[in-house]
Design a protein around this ligand. Sequence first.
Ligand code: KG4
Ligand code: ZN
Length: 342
Amino acid sequence: MLVLGIETSCDDTAAAVVEDARHVRSNIVAAQDVHREFGGVVPELASRAHLDLIAPTVERALEAAGIRFGDLDGIAVTRAPGLMGSLIVGVSYAKALAAALGRPLVGVNHIEAHLLAPLLEGAVLAEPFAGAVVSGGHSEIFVVTAPGRYEIVGTTRDDAIGEAFDKVAKLLGLGFPGGPVVDRLAGDGRADHFAFPRAMRGSGDYDLSYSGLKTAVRREIERAYPGGAPPYDALFTADVCASFQAAAVDALLTKLEAAAQDHGARTLVVGGGVACNRRLRAGLAAMGERLGVPAYTPSPKLCADNGAMIALVGSLRLQRGEQDDAFLEPVANLDESGLIAV
Ligand code: KG4
Ligand code: ZN
């Protein structure tokens, strides 16, 4: 079974072909450069760029998979959550394509796709499993008790963790997106140099908070460089990156570990763009060893937004005999999506 997966929920236009819910035949991501100069995603620019990029990106995905439109057995598309204008482009395109080809259409929840992405690399996700989806727009901790039963047990009370990486990078004049460069520079810095707060540590739940950490970083920079502007001294920048990254990642891992232990998790999964982070990956692997359970983070191409994870979840739904119709509508908000059973 060959399924096309289309992803346009945020600022990446992505398309991929997955065979039999397992083999990634192609995985094309057209990143939108238009947001760089603004230091963040501009929703209106994102939907316009999706309009320009969607048809060529799908064509590239089919070409790289060595197939034609007529070979597809189904069309999967991100339905929720995301930026409404961006979701509409993908869903409209997918509906038209499914109708033109006479193939089934399936709407996919982007968050479920991030959590299940390790299945494309041979993971076995034994329930109950604990997972986190961490990106520019998400910081959620889940417990999955049975296939399709996702319970959000913790979430951020303010900024998402990826947003915090991006904002700290901006404060340090490191460009956008900030995560990859903060991760890289942190390798040259001292994680214990600045004592940044691990917010919500004793809150007694699995919630997170990142706005206080971002403010603490800004104050530290202002103290070292009153009235200054980046670029700052390289060692200072590296120390801020390392200390911030340690605080941000450790806060997440502490809450994930608590959720995993309290719910008897048999597997750990972390997905989303921030799951590319080296400290997070090492910390999760160590947690898996401590708890004696397998711990999965997808390879970087499957962590960040991509069409392959959408095609995967679409394939699983098609295999269960499920599909959507031409009335499929995008849903911006996770809580209203109705796709995550709590
Ligand atoms: O999942 P994703 O591609 O898109 C969404 O936001 O939905 O995630 C992008 C986010 C950005 O905030 C980016 O800075 C962050 O993931 N990111 C990282 C790393 N690579 C990407 N954050 C920390 N360390 C990284 N290595
Ligand atoms: Zn995402």
